[in-house]
Structures are given as C-alpha cells and as structure tokens.
Ligand binder design. Structure first.
Ligand code: SF4
Length: 758
C-alpha cells in the first residue's frame, strides 16, 4: 500500500521528509500506512476504556493513551498531558500493531537433535536451572552470565542484577546499553561523579541555541525534534548547529552544519573552547569556584588547560575535522553568545573510540561558558532505548556497577549493597564482571559456559558479529524474547517466549530521569510470560527464592525505591500510587510531596545539593565538576589504498534496532532500510550507479547493499543503515571500543566498495 500511495503521489517518502520536515512528513506517512494524521486521528472502532502508558520504543519515553476493548488493545494515541504533548511518531503509532504480529513467540522451545522444538515451561526451566546449577558447581559462579536490555522494565533489570550479583555471586551482568550509551555514562560520571543528564526536556522550550552533535534527531528522536521546531517557530532567532559527517534530514534544517570527519570530535570541541577563551566567553566564577581540571590521574590548573587547548587553533583543528576554520569560529560564537544553549547528542558521539572524551568535551563547553543549570542551558544526552536509563544504568545492571551509581570495585559500596540486600558480607564478588565485548570473547573462549539473554539480539548487534557467533553456538544459550525470529535465537539451546509492553506491568525511566508506569492491560499471547516471572522462577529453582522475595512489579518497585533512599539518586518519594496518577516524575524525589527535580546540582532545586552557592557537584569529593584535558588521537582503523573509504552507520525513522519489532509490522516492513550512501565522485570512479548492487568490504568481512548515489555523504565516506539482518553491516564494523566506557566504535571503520561482479 505504501509503495502504491507513493507512486500515486509522485514523491518518495524520503522526498517528503526532506521537503516538509518531520511533522507533516509523519502525517503523510500516517496516511500512507492507514494511520491518519498524527495529532488528530480518530479511532475507527469502539474503545471501551483509555489507559495512560508509554511508548514501547525509544528513550524519548512519549506518553501514550491506550484504548482497550474486550481484553485487546484496539487503538493508541499520544497523551496530551504527557511531555510529548499528544504527539507520537510513526513507531509510536504502531504500538498496537506490534502486539498482534504473526511473528510473536507463543511457546517455550528446547533444542533437540539440532532443532528448536516446542516444550513446556516446566521442562524448559528445568533444563535451564539444571545447566546453570551444574555449571556453577563445577566451574564457579563466573562461568555463567546474564545479558540484558534497555527495553526491560526497571523491576526486571533490578531483579536480574540482584539474582546474579547477590545470589549466584558473579558480576557477569551486562546488557545492550553498553552498545548505545555507556559513553554518556562515563562522560557524566567523570565530569560530575554521578550519571544521568543534569537537565530536562523542558529546557528545549527555553534554549536559544541548539548544539546537536552526533544526533540525527529528526529521524531518531522525532518528538524531541518537534519540540525543538516548536521553539524555533515561536522564536525564529533560535539557532540550530548540527555536527554530523552526513547532511542528514536534521542537518538540512540547521542554521550551521559542520560535516566533520567521524571521530574528530575532540579536536572540534577543544577548538571551540579555544575560541571561547580567546573571545572572553569564559564564566570566571565557574572556573574559580565550581570546576577543577584533570589530565589522567593528575590535577591541572586553568592555565594548563588554556595551554592544552591552544594546540587546537581553528586553523589546525579544521584540517583534522575536514571543515573550514570559519565554521568552528562561527559555531563557537553561536554556542557561547546565546542566552541559553542546549546540547543534545546520542550514538554519533557515544559509538566512537574516543567517546568518553567526546562526551566530556561537550559537557566542558557548557561548564566553562556557564551554559549550565539555567533554564534552557544544559548538556543532554539522548537515549536510544526506552529504559536504558531507568532500568540498566540506575539499577547498576552492568558488569562494573551496583545500584544507584555504586561501583563493584569499591569495598564500601559492596558492603552497603550487601547490607541493603541482606546477604552476608563478602557475597558480592570484588571482581568486575565481563563488559559486553569481553563477555562475548569469554563465551568464544569457553570461559563463560551458560548465558541468559533477555530482550535483545546480540547475534546481530555486536560489531564484527561473525567473530562471536561460533561462541554463541557452542555455549549454553538461553534466550527470552517476544519474537522467535531474531538472529540470536538461531543459537539458543532454550527459548523462552516473553510478554511485551502492556502484556506486563513495569516502570521505565526515560532520558530525562522521568520514571513512568506502564500498566498491564492485556494478556500475552500463547504461553508467553513476563521477564520478571521468568527471573523469579529461575531464582526459585536455583535456590535463591528467599533473596528474590519481591515478586510482583509493585513489590520490586517498593524494595528498589527504598534502596535508592541511601543514595544521591533518591526517589523514595516516587510511590506506586503517584506513578499510577502522574505522568511520570523526575528523580531525585526524596519524599512523597516532592515534585521531582528538573535541574540537578543546584542548591534550592536539587534536594541532594547543599549550601547556598550557584552549584554543588555533590558527586565529587571536592564538590567541583571536572573539566578534562583530553587530546585527539589518531583513528584506530586507518584508511589505506586497499580500504580507502570511511564507513559510518545509522538508522532511519521508521525502523528500530534490528527490526525484530518494526520488521514484523506490515505497515513498516515495506519501508526498506537497506542501502549504502556513496558520494557521486566515489561512485563514478567505481562505475557504480544508483541502485546497483555493491559489496562493502572491511578488514573483518563483507556485506552486499544497493547503492544510493548521493551527496548527503562527503567524498571519501559511505553510510549504511544498521537495521537489517539480511544486509548485516556488523559483518564489517569494527569491535574496538572506548577504553573507559567499553562501548564499541560502530561509527567509523575503513572499507572498500565495489560494484557486485566487478
Ligand atoms: Fe515512541 Fe520515541 Fe516515537 Fe516517542 S519518539 S513515539 S518514544 S519511538
């Protein structure tokens, strides 16, 4: 239908997006897919009751009103009272459709004679528990692992973390947020001592300059983009700066676009800071009273810092970044001279070999110019998954972490959690577990022999993925998912069908620290169960039933919020009753009458901040934020004569992650994401024409795509979408990672491209 409508209209969906911008473009897509207009669509069938909830997809965490009739979800619409002001993007509008696709998993399966065959829950869970128990007895707790997801509910990630760390006794707990936002975590924690953004979405309504770096906001966070557009429409002098190697749909709406070479962010930000200093834009009070400077383990002075950034004169940095010096000076001027600047970023920054340094470079620009802690002035990382923040980061469900910002390596933090979890001192291992890439390497070596994977698809998402599939095949792999069609399930020994979205209840925390309740409204299909129910049964069968005594979403939440009271993430005041009534609440929120916290580290606004000064960076021992002296490093996968092009990867509006969900919805399935963008110069020299099949080859593997010849990419660069299992770009991507966050550098590797059969 979509294709037919496109032909009738004479325009492609891409052309519509380009010409109209996202809101009207989305309405057009809504019409194509039969969904009507975004804002005003009418239910076509009778709705018995409307319930408030949230979108299943991205970290924007849009509020959704869900219409039910006779135990089925029959309609969804944007929640007018939620922060998204009633708006939903095309994926949000498909929240109903995702429940009722043909691809939903219905029954447990176990592998027998090489085939997954239908099983009972009792048999499947018995096999899982026996294998985990025997392996732990024979090889110790570190021979098993859990690999989770930023899509699970907070109660589920919390329970898995507690079971494995305090029950089984291994820190081999990690998850897919390691692949998408671990570098934002290390950026915040090394700058402020605490994770999560200091500002909130409301800042968008007050900013006069937006610095969008490494974010195709229009396609990847469309409702955030709409809010930015609202600001621009009502205040036309608002400036939008976009830093992105491609001329994305977002970049086409920018006042200034800086198409830097991938991985040169550190040079750009240091150079902009050089300009701030040169032109007197530094907030001296901030420098004197609220920040300190560090290089590695050593403290440095502001004089040292000035000497450091002097190496990044715009004339010099422009050569590294592949842009003009004037672009840098103009960007610096717009950033610093506005009344309030807000930076937003996501994977373009986080998925780099120097991602932590890039994150703290942006944060440093805000601290040094005083664009911090004022309405509209804040650094703000956007999140790809709906509950990576509230579920995985806050609960500490990562290999090095413990709840609420505590660290495995810190003996006092371990003891505190052992007391709170009521387990004997010494129960939590002092050894950090395997982070994602190390985990799949350990699986490949046979050091980890059993792994429980929940709600994620590492068989497709890992960079250089072919190197890790054999390990997945050889290990005892248990996969719980709502879809049985994922690449990872191909390697599963046991498959457990999972409930999704409103088939189960839970809390999610979006990118602005907002905890929001997702109610259970309908029953899951077939024999599918919630991930919480699966974890509770596993705990019981492994003899940790007493530890995992909270077994309902409400009981787990109550246990978790009381634990938070012992930390700077205090949200004890976010009770279930409040969650049921309100449209989410931003933590910290220490009491039941506290309204939640929009901006952190400000005495009088943030309940954790002390004193009467402008700021209190309470996460740091000296209560000062840290500005780092980071240097630009040479790229790790250099281009050569054999691999002369730089590959960048990303996504499109209508699809999400590995298309497990969006690829099963007929209305979205027809929008094919598989193409390789190549500049006309590079295409011409290779005799490649638009639509030709091409082979992309890296030092790791090759992938076939259809060429899209376009000047959206610069000469010397190509871009491929990341969604498809058929055109699996992770055959080619590099598995190097940032040394601090351990997040892989998907955004840059050297490749060659040739027309197929040449
Ligand atoms: Fe859902 Fe994200 Fe779209 Fe909002 S922007 S409707 S949360 S996918």
């Amino acid at each position: 239908m979509a294709d037919e409508a496109q032909q009738n209209s004479g325009m492609t969906r891409r052309a519509v997006l380009r010409v109209l911008g996202v809101s009207t473009g989305l309405a057009y897509l809504g019409a194509l897919t039969g969904c009507g207009s975004l804002w005003e669509r009418q239910p076509v069938i009778k709705v018995d009751a409307w319930h408030k909830g949230g979108c299943r997809f991205c970290g924007t965490g849009c509020g959704v009103m869900i219409g039910t009739t006779s135990g089925k979800v029959v309609d969804v619409k944007g929640d007018e009272e939620a922060h998204n002001r009633g708006r939903l993007c095309i994926k949000g509008l498909m929240n109903k459709e995702i429940l009722y696709t043909q691809d939903r998993a219905l029954y447990p399966m176990v592998r027998k004679n090489g085939e997954l065959v239908r099983s009972s829950w009792d048999e499947a869970m018995g096999i899982v528990a026996d294998r985990f128990r025997d392996t732990i007895a024979k090889h110790g707790p570190d021979s098993v692992a859990y690999y989770g997801s930023g899509q699970l509910y907070t109660q589920e990630s919390y329970t898995a973390n507690k079971l494995f760390k305090a029950g089984i006794g291994t820190n081999n707990v990690d998850g897919n947020p390691r692949l998408c936002m671990a570098s934002a975590v290390t950026g915040y924690t090394t700058s402020f001592g605490k994770d999560e953004p200091p500002g909130c979405y409301e800042d968008i309504d007050h900013a006069e300059c937006f610095f969008l770096t490494g974010s195709n906001t229009l396609e990847c966070h469309p409702i955030i983009w709409e809010r930015i557009q609202d600001r621009k429409r009502s205040h036309p002098n608002t400036k939008i700066i976009v830093v992105d190697p491609r001329r994305t749909f977002t970049a086409r709406h920018a006042d200034l676009h800086l198409p830097i070479y991938p991985g040169t962010d550190v040079s750009l930000y240091n150079s902009m800071i050089f300009e701030f200093i040169k032109n007197g834009f530094i907030d001296q009070d901030m420098v004197e009273h609220y920040v300190g400077f560090k290089e590695g383990e050593e403290s440095r002075s502001f004089v040292d810092f000035k000497r450091h950034v002097a190496k990044y004169h715009p004339e010099q940095a422009a050569k590294t970044c592949g842009i003009s010096p004037r672009d840098i000076t103009e960007a610096a001027f717009l950033f610093a001279s506005s009344k309030a600047t807000m930076s937003l970023w996501t994977m373009g920054l986080n998925q780099q070999a120097q991602a932590t340094a890039s994150n703290r470079g942006v944060i440093a620009m805000h601290l040094l110019t005083g664009h911090f802690g004022r309405t509209g002035a804040t650094p703000f990382s956007l999140t790809g998954q709906p509950n990576a923040c509230g579920g995985v980061r806050d609960t500490g469900a990562l290999s090095h972490a413990l709840p609420n910002g505590r660290m495995v390596a810190n003996p006092a933090h371990r003891e505190e959690m052992e007391d709170l979890w009521k387990v004997p001192r010494g129960r939590i291992s002092p050894k950090p577990g395997y982070h994602t890439m190390a985990l799949f390497q350990a699986i490949g070596r046979g050091d980890v022999k059993c792994c429980l994977v929940m709600c994620t698809n590492p068989g497709q998402t890992l960079p250089n993925v072919l190197a890790y599939r054999k390990g997945m095949e050889d290990t005892f792999l248990v996969v719980a998912d709502a879809f049985q069609t994922t690449e990872t399930v191909k390697y599963a020994d046991v498959f457990l069908p999972a409930a999704m979205w409103v088939e189960k209840e839970g809390v999610k925390g979006n990118a602005e620290r907002r905890y929001h309740l997702y109610p259970k409204l309908v029953d899951p299909p077939g024999e599918a169960r919630s991930d919480l129910a699966i974890l509770v049964e596993l705990a019981e069968r492994l003899g940790h039933g007493e530890l995992i005594s909270a077994r309902t979403p409400r009981d787990v939440w109550d246990e978790w919020r009381k634990i938070s009271a012992h930390s700077a993430y205090n949200f004890e005041g976010i009770t279930y009753e409040r969650l049921q009534k309100e449209r989410g609440i931003l933590w910290p929120c220490p009491t039941e009458t506290h309204p939640g916290t929009k901006r952190r580290y400000i005495p009088g606004q943030d309940p954790m901040a002390k004193g009467t000064g402008r700021f209190d960076f309470y996460g740091k021992p000296d209560r000062r934020a840290t500005v780092w002296l980071d240097s630009q490093e040479a790229p790790l996968d250099p281009y050569t004569e054999e691999f002369p092009l730089i590959l960048n990867t990303g996504r499109i509006l209508e699809h999400w992650h590995t298309m497990t969900i969006t690829g099963s919805v007929p209305e979205l399935k027809n929008i094919h994401p598989d193409y390789l963008e190549i500049h006309p110069y590079d295409a011409h020299s290779r005799d490649i024409h638009d639509g030709d099949p091409v082979i992309v080859l890296s030092r790791r593997g090759e992938v076939e795509f259809r060429a899209r010849v376009t000047d959206v990419v610069r000469p010397g660069m190509v871009f491929a979408t990341m969604h498809s299992a058929r055109h699996l770009i992770n055959r080619a991507t590099h598995d190097v990672f940032d040394p601090f966050s351990k997040q892989p550098a998907y955004k840059r590797c050297a490749v060659s491209v040739r027309r197929k059969n040449t």
